[in-house]
Design a protein around this ligand. Structure first.
Ligand SMILES: Cc1cc2nc3c(=O)[nH]c(=O)nc-3n(C[C@H](O)[C@H](O)[C@H](O)COP(=O)(O)OP(=O)(O)OC[C@H]3O[C@@H](n4cnc5c(N)ncnc54)[C@H](O)[C@@H]3O)c2cc1C
Length: 456
């Protein structure tokens, strides 16, 4: 990029402008996935909407690639790129709760940890992800699957409005009544349409939940998975949870001689009365006796950060995703063949139910393209040592290939890897054609292309 464009950027923003050679550059160029080793031209640590406008204009005018970073969790590392102008929103973390309206307005770079901590003080929450370090921005724009989705819908279903900096540097508010087509596209269409500097969400009364993991013997896996499939079809909406494959971590609730072994787990979250929740969770214990469990009452925000320690920043990541309409016995058999080979304690496989309140919303009411699914499996390969990259990416790839015959063509955009770009159309599913129309209107030159890209 020509130096004059950068120099003018420095005078236009309040946040720090980090360039190669600066002390902060090495840290600023990296994202959560340590496999990504990009060298951007500049990282702008935006502190407000005006900084974002200046950064977007600088990228557009200089013809540089523009990377947008919120929580930095994108597995393909979309929050950084070689020679890019990076709009880093991680300093924009403010969360304001309106008790009367039961809404929260949050900065475009906030994490779910920050969001939950603030809303918890008001006895409120909305659907976020499973760990607290993920960004509200990327997660919501791709859909947003989490513990509360069966009860309250996807994160994007709870979005009420967004302040957006569009490709030409204009600031607009998108909601059901203002720029409704843009608002529709933001609810599942990813970062393709602009930089969201503020999100406003609907909140729900959620305080103490009954939650945590149960670990079952692999031999009980087929029965546990088949039971979960049948149970979740009609389970009360207070139940949000998912089956998983997980290596037991060295924690006090795991028998010492079983630490490091793979298990079929069920991670639960119950938002209703404790007595009723105990009964529902007992149903799982009737299928097979858990080898270990750590289930009890805890603040929702605590459950939302319970697994953070397993997934610190700086791991290598390769993920693949699918949607399934029916989790057939054959699909369960494929999971039972590959799930137990989960290679590290950081890696995991989750089978997220897509039903309850997610199915209340019409398939074309938001851009999220797979509401006809019943499960969204994700194979999340995460490990510390780059020397294991080939072996562990092969595990993810082979596993995904094995479940593909039992799955829809597309997977959840937020769980896709860099090599999934050719599948982006299928990943956006039924709404891809309309997303392209909106893209043509708001970003005809594809300035926002470092994402699961929708071609104008
Ligand atoms: C450990 C881990 C756990 C996860 N758990 C879940 C989960 O439980 N549920 C779930 O649904 N997903 C989950 N994800 C996937 C997650 O939703 C995506 O990785 C998402 O892109 C992360 O958002 P981010 O803001 O942290 O990422 P970033 O890398 O900062 O952003 C990713 C992309 O999102 C877009 N973006 C981010 N913020 C903005 C913004 N303010 N305005 C415009 N565009 C923006 C940009 O295109 C950006 O390139 C998880 C990912 C990881 C690594």
């Amino acid at each position: 990029m020509a130096v004059p464009a950068l120099d003018s950027l420095t005078t236009q923003v309040d946040g720090r402008v980090v360039r190669p050679g600066d002390e902060a550059y090495e840290e600023a160029r990296h994202v959560y996935n340590a496999m990504i080793d990009a060298h951007p031209a500049v990282v702008v640590r935006c502190v407000g909407t005006a900084d974002v406008v200046a950064t977007v204009r600088c990228a557009a005018e200089s013809g540089s690639p523009l990377a947008v970073r919120g929580g930095g969790h994108s597995v393909p590392g979309f929050g950084t790129a070689d020679d890019a102008v990076v709009a880093d929103l991680s300093g924009m973390q403010a969360v304001d709760v309106d008790d009367e309206r039961r809404t929260a307005t949050v900065g475009g770079g906030a994490t779910w940890g920050r969001f939950n901590d603030v809303t918890a003080a008001h006895g409120l929450a909305t659907t976020g992800g499973i760990v607290s370090t993920t960004g509200v921005g990327g997660l919501t724009l791709g859909g947003g699957i989490g513990y509360l989705a069966r009860g309250y819908g996807l994160s994007c279903d709870n979005l009420l409005s967004a302040e957006v900096v569009t490709a030409d540097g204009t600031v607009v508010t998108a909601s059901a009544s203002e720029h409704p087509d843009l608002f529709w596209a933001l609810q599942g269409g990813g970062g393709n349409f602009g930089v969201v500097t503020r999100f406003t969400f609907r909140l729900h009364p959620v305080t103490t939940v009954l939650g945590g993991p149960m670990f079952f013997e692999l031999a009980d896996g087929p029965a546990v998975l088949a039971h979960f499939r049948d149970f979740i079809r009609t389970a009360p909406r207070e139940y949000g949870g998912f089956p998983a494959f997980q290596i037991a971590p060295p924690l006090p609730f795991v028998p010492e001689d079983r630490v490091g072994e793979p298990f079929v787990a069920v991670v639960s979250c119950w938002t209703g009365s404790a007595a009723e929740g105990e009964q529902v969770l007992d149903g799982l214990r009737q299928v097979a006796r858990p080898v270990a469990e750590h289930v009890g009452p805890m603040p929702y925000a605590a459950l939302n950060s319970a697994f953070d320690g397993l997934v610190p920043a700086g791991l290598q990541h390769h993920w693949k995703a699918a949607f399934v309409r029916e989790l057939t016995d054959d699909a369960i058999a494929a999971h039972m063949e590959h799930g137990p080979k989960v290679p590290t304690v950081n890696s995991t496989v989750h089978l997220y139910p897509i039903n309850g309140a997610v199915h209340d919303v019409a398939a074309d009411a938001t851009a999220f393209g797979h509401r006809d699914a019943s499960f969204a499996p994700v194979i999340a390969g995460m490990w510390p040592d780059p020397a294991d990259n080939e072996r562990n990416t092969a595990w993810v790839r082979d596993y995904h290939a094995a479940i593909a015959p039992h799955s829809e063509e597309g997977g959840y955009v937020n769980f896709a890897s860099a090599d999934d770009q050719p599948r982006a159309g299928a990943n956006y599913g039924a709404n891809h054609a309309r997303l392209r129309e909106v893209k043509r209107r708001y970003d005809p030159d594809n300035l926002f292309h470092l994402n699961q890209n929708i071609q104008p």
